[in-house]
Ligand binder design. Sequence first.
Ligand code: HEC
Ligand code: HEC
Length: 309
Amino acid sequence: MKSIMFILFFVLLFAQEPIDPIPLKIKNINKEKAILGKILFFDPILSKDKKIACVSCHKPQCSGADCVQYSIGVFERSDKPMNAPTVYNARYNCWQFWNGRAKDLKEQAMMANHDPEEMDMDKKTLEKRLNSSLKYKSLFKRVYNKDYITDDMVYDAIAEFEKTLITPNCKFDRYLRGDKNALSEKEKRGYFLFKSYGCITCHNGINIGGNSFQKLGVFIKDIKIPRGLDRYEVTKRKEDKYVYKVPTLRNIALTAPYFHNGSVKSLKKAIYLMGKYNLGIDIPKEDINYIEAFLKTLTGEIPEILRGK
Ligand code: HEC
Ligand code: HEC
């Protein structure tokens, strides 16, 4: 009875927090499939010129994002006006891409692979290349028990790999789990300000974002930034111009540059602009420092499947 009360107490305690910690271990992963997905994610054979892999734009050393404003795709193309978001914890996003045009990780992998700016691959070439590789033949046979590799299996395996890319146990998650000493007074003050200024109304839930579409510039009449691929491109509704999926703030200290067009280099500037654009206030310098200290506590562990990479 005592232990049930204890559990109930913790359930209630967490229920009051607008952010949930990332589980320490993920369940329901087909390990062999995820490892196959990892090999594919790192393999440039998936792109038309055989030079670009998924990892070319989603780098472990950039915490699953790219460290540049615009990534370089096949044939050195770089026309996409969008900054590569992180693939870490992407499994917790309700949709994929800045404008949510993919419903899940598998569909997203297919779209990235076909995108002429990214990998420019087609089903026929992909299947031909993989089926002529003895290595892939035997790897796919082990996981799918089929003699012919289809594009669908490729995206399925990549998605399984991406589902393992979680970054648990950041300082803030330890705090949420009850270790009140995990955060310094400065970081706690930052969390308090993050809630009280209202950042939390858009950046909340397990991914501290990823679960709603919101406008960039709620409080700005004429925003002077190019729109890029916003929600309007999906819905064609006028009010969806400048609307993007709220990005995750997990590992945010490691994924500069910021915003959909990667136009903001420093985290402090991103916090300041968020206040100005989306809350209609000039956040004082001192408070920006506190909020930045809090955001830095969101850096978690490197995904287990990538340790040593
Ligand atoms: C040339 C660079 C490039 C390559 C190659 C690339 N991506 Fe991306 N990725 C991007 C960019 C840029 C975006 C954002 C585009 C947008 O939202 O319109 C993105 C978005 C994503 C997202 C969505 C994340 C989110 O928060 O919405 C995932 C997941 C992802 N890529 C996985 C992959 C996988 C898997 C591959 C390989 C099949 C891949 N990417 C190949 C640049 C790249
Ligand atoms: C009305 C909803 C809303 C509010 C309130 C809000 N944000 Fe955002 N935030 C967004 C959206 C949407 C984006 C993506 C904008 C873009 O890229 O064009 C974003 C982007 C960011 C980014 C850049 C993330 C990245 O990966 O590029 C940071 C950092 C950020 N917000 C922090 C904050 C902080 C700190 C506050 C409070 C001071 C805040 N936000 C308030 C919706 C909001």
